[in-house]
Structure formats: structure tokens, C-alpha cells
Design a protein around this ligand. Structure first.
Ligand code: ATP
Ligand code: MG
Length: 429
């Protein structure tokens, strides 16, 4: 017999034990975003390769070495999306959603693909929830994005475990001046830099700032500082953002070395980081990209957004023991029937209960095994009640109703009164 096939390395199944936590997380975020007036978008998972090259930048980790790119049968070069912003901007432009300066507050969720070295918190297929806002140029919206993530950490009970790092990259004009100064400095110290940084120096010098190489970090201590090159407009914007975060009571630290991996950012950049997940510590990251829409063929349109990594946040909830106990319970009522006639009655009774109690999570385990084994399964399911329907109960048109969690004896309840009984119990719990 041949060996069963396996999934692609770095692309994970999310198993039934894990999905309740995913759904809890995703549901919490979706409700939160509804509350702030964001509307969901759904974009394709595959786009023309050109889209990502143009938006993310040719000299970035993603485009240089992480994309899943292939030719389709027509010979078009396509890429599995490595992130969501590019496709979101493409879609907004294609459908005229940002036309006439109208504000768009959008979000999306789904898989992203990057050919990275798989490890804890870093996968080749991973999932993001992304949020993007178009046509708001003030720091109020940067603040709203950060404040709503802060609220999310509160809802999830993980505020103590995450820290906000903040920086401003300035306008692209200011950054160009800084880039020249940085390149001049780096060129003068080229022999002291690591190889990667020497290579990047010419193509994407800002990325040298977040190099992990100690020799490069030692040189950078004396490098010109981006903050000293900020233009007035960016400085005012950054001060406005900080004032709003102070007003909202959101703590932050300024990290002058935070430059982010993508080319399209301007002014605000931020990351929420944790020290609980080893080196994969960034759980949410984003920033402003005022030049991107124009760069992609649209009218000048301010934009700002972020994306969070669902795997990392789920991992963080597990690591911190912040998984609410009630989400593991997927069954409310477990109906055990014994004998052919009782099984038929159980099906009719269960369908009637579903009519009467919409949303009831009812598992029917007709026919499978002895009383003892069915009861074990009922208990293991986490159900609050087991309903027992045997020959005696059938004859009397009742069920035995046994509370599995709290106190209380088994009671005999008439079929006609069962829905009311269960509803009453739920109200009292
Ligand atoms: P990192 O520095 O960890 O590589 P990044 O800067 O490449 O992150 P972004 O492109 O900003 O990440 O994506 C936003 C978020 O998506 C990250 O903060 C992280 O939580 C998550 N993420 C990114 N890449 C991966 C991956 N390969 N596996 C799992 N999550 C990821
Ligand atoms: Mg990365």
C-alpha cells in the first residue's frame, strides 16, 4: 500500500479541537469591527503577480523570496496573495469605492501565502484579519485603528501581554532626503556592515535599520536618525496621533528603528508585539500608505491599515490560558435513544425541539451502543443535559432529563413540556 499523502510543509489543517478558539477570536474581531462601522470585503486569493510587485516593492523580503508565483494555463503570471492590502486597493480602484473622496472603512479575513521557513508562529499558509481605511488623512483615524485593537486586546484579556511600538516614516519626500543621508553614512561604513545590509544599502537602505546583525547594529548607533528628518506635516501628524493615544489611555513606546518590511508606508507605522511567542512576536502591524493608491494608478488617496496574524493571536491566547471555557462546549443537549421504536420517536422529537428552540445545539446519538457508552459520550460532549428515551419513556411519552453539569436529579418530562423545561433551565443557568 502506498504511503498516505501529507499536507504541504507550513500549511496546516485546523482541526475540530482548534476551530472553537478560531471562531471565538474571529467572531470577537468581527463584532468589534461592526461596532466601529467597518464593512467586510472578500477578495480573490490569487492575483496577477504584477499587483504585488508594484505595490509591495521589488526589493522586499516578500517579493524577493517569499511569493508563491506560477504561470496559469494562459501563460499569465499569478501569485497566491502574500498579504491583503494590495488586493484591497486593487478592488477599491476597480470598483470606484474611493471615488469622490468618499471614506471607506473596510476589513477582510483569509489565508495568505509566503514561502518562509516554517516554525512556531510562522507558516507558509497563514491567516490574517486586515483593516484598511481610505480617504481620511488626519491622525484621528490612525488613532481609531490603534484604539480598536487596544479594545480587542481588552476583550480577549491579553492587554498585559502586548506592547505598542510606534514610529513615523515621514512623507515620501522627507524620506527621500533621509535615504540619501543614510546611504551616504552606510557607504562610508560599508566594510563594517553584514553582507545582507551591504546588498540592501543600494536598493532599500531603510531596511538596513532593522537588520538583526550585531555588527550592523553597532554601526547604526551613529547613523542619521529618521526623526531628525521628519517634515513639518509628518511631525504634526505624529504629535496628533500621540495626543489621541494619550487621551484614550493607550500606552505606547516610540521605536525609531521600526521601518516595516513593505515599501508602501508613509508617516505612521506601528506594531503590537509580545514577548510570549519567541521570535515571532509581532501579532498585529500596520501603518499609513498615502502614496499607494496613486502608485497603483488611482487618484491621490490617503490610506491607512493594519493586519493581524490569527495563528499568532490564537497561540497567544493558548499560551496565556485565555481560552474561555465555554467555547469548548459545542453541545447543549445530548439525546440518547434505545431501541428501534425509541429511535424513530427521538428523531421526530429532536426535530420538534429544533423548531421550538432555534439555536439549540442538540446531538442525537440514536442507536450507538449501550446505555453506559452513550452516557459516557453525552458527558464527554460537554452537554448540559442528557435526555434519555427508552422503551418505558416511549410508552409514557416522556423523556428522562438528567443535568450533567450542575446539581439536580434526573426528572421525567413530558414531550410536550420539554422545550419549555429546557428553556427554563437555560434561563436559570
Ligand atoms: P514578521 O516580521 O514576523 O515576518 P511581517 O512584518 O512580515 O512579520 P506583516 O506583513 O506585517 O508581517 O503581516 C502582518 C501580521 O501577519 C504579522 O504581524 C504576523 O502576525 C502575521 N504574519 C506575517 N507573516 C506570517 C507567517 N509567515 N506566519 C504567520 N503569521 C504571519
Ligand atoms: Mg515577514
Amino acid at each position: 500500500m502506498s504511503k498516505p499523502l501529507q499536507a504541504i510543509r507550513g500549511m496546516n489543517d485546523i482541526l475540530p479541537e482548534q476551530t472553537p478558539l478560531w471562531r471565538y477570536f474571529e467572531g470577537t474581531v468581527a463584532n468589534l469591527l461592526d461596532g466601529y462601522g467597518y464593512r467586510q470585503m472578500r477578495m480573490p486569493i490569487v492575483e496577477f503577480t504584477e499587483l504585488f510587485k508594484r505595490s509591495i516593492g521589488e526589493v522586499t523580503d516578500i517579493v524577493e523570496k517569499e511569493m508563491y508565483t506560477f504561470d496559469d494555463r494562459n501563460g499569465d503570471s499569478l501569485t497566491l496573495r502574500p498579504e491583503g492590502t494590495a488586493a484591497c486597493v486593487r478592488s477599491v480602484l476597480e470598483h470606484g469605492l474611493s471615488g469622490g473622496g468618499q471614506t471607506q472603512k473596510l476589513w477582510y479575513i483569509g489565508p495568505m501565502f509566503r514561502h518562509e521557513r516554517p516554525q512556531k508562529g510562522r507558516y507558509r499558509q497563514f491567516h490574517q484579519i486586515g483593516v484598511e481605511v481610505f480617504n481620511v488623512d488626519g491622525p484621528d483615524i490612525d488613532a481609531e485603528l490603534i484604539v480598536l485593537t487596544w479594545r480587542l486586546w481588552g476583550l480577549l484579556g491579553i492587554r498585559d501581554a502586548v506592547k505598542l511600538e510606534l514610529n513615523s516614516l515621514g512623507t515620501s519626500a522627507a524620506r527621500a532626503v533621509y535615504r540619501d543621508a543614510l546611504v551616504e553614512f552606510l557607504t562610508a561604513h560599508a566594510d563594517q556592515l553584514d553582507e545582507d545590509s551591504r546588498r540592501r544599502m543600494g536598493s532599500n537602505p531603510l531596511r538596513v535599520l532593522d537588520s538583526k546583525a550585531p555588527e550592523t547594529q553597532a554601526v547604526l548607533v551613529h547613523a542619521p536618525k529618521l526623526a531628525d528628518y521628519l517634515d513639518e506635516e509628518s511631525r504634526v501628524h505624529f504629535e496628533g496621533l500621540k495626543a489621541r493615544l494619550d487621551a484614550a489611555g493607550v500606552p505606547y513606546v516610540i521605536n525609531p528603528k521600526l521601518v516595516r518590511g513593505l515599501d508602501y508606508y508613509s508617516k505612521t507605522v506601528f506594531e503590537w508585539v509580545t514577548d510570549q511567542l519567541g521570535s515571532q512576536g509581532t501579532v498585529c502591524a500596520g501603518g499609513r500608505y498615502d502614496g499607494l493608491v496613486e502608485q497603483m494608478g488611482g487618484k491621490p488617496t490617503p490610506g491607512v491599515g493594519f493586519a493581524m496574524g490569527i495563528e499568532r493571536l490564537v497561540l497567544l491566547l493558548e499560551t496565556l490560558g485565555k481560552v474561555p471555557v465555554e467555547i469548548a462546549r459545542t453541545v447543549d443537549v445530548y439525546l440518547c435513544a434505545f431501541g428501534e421504536a425509541a429511535e424513530l420517536a427521538a428523531l421526530a422529537l429532536s426535530e420538534r425541539l429544533r423548531d421550538q428552540l432555534p439555536g439549540l445545539r442538540l446531538q442525537v446519538n440514536a442507536g450507538a451502543g449501550s446505555f453506559k457508552s452513550q452516557f459516557k459520550k453525552a458527558d464527554k460532549s460537554g452537554a448540559l443535559f442528557a435526555l434519555i428515551l427508552g422503551e418505558d419513556e416511549l410508552a409514557q411519552q416522556v423523556v428522562g432529563c438528567k443535568p450533567l453539569r450542575g446539581q439536580g436529579e434526573q426528572q421525567s418530562i413530558a414531550w410536550s413540556a420539554l422545550a419549555d423545561h429546557l428553556a427554563n433551565c437555560a434561563n436559570q443557568a
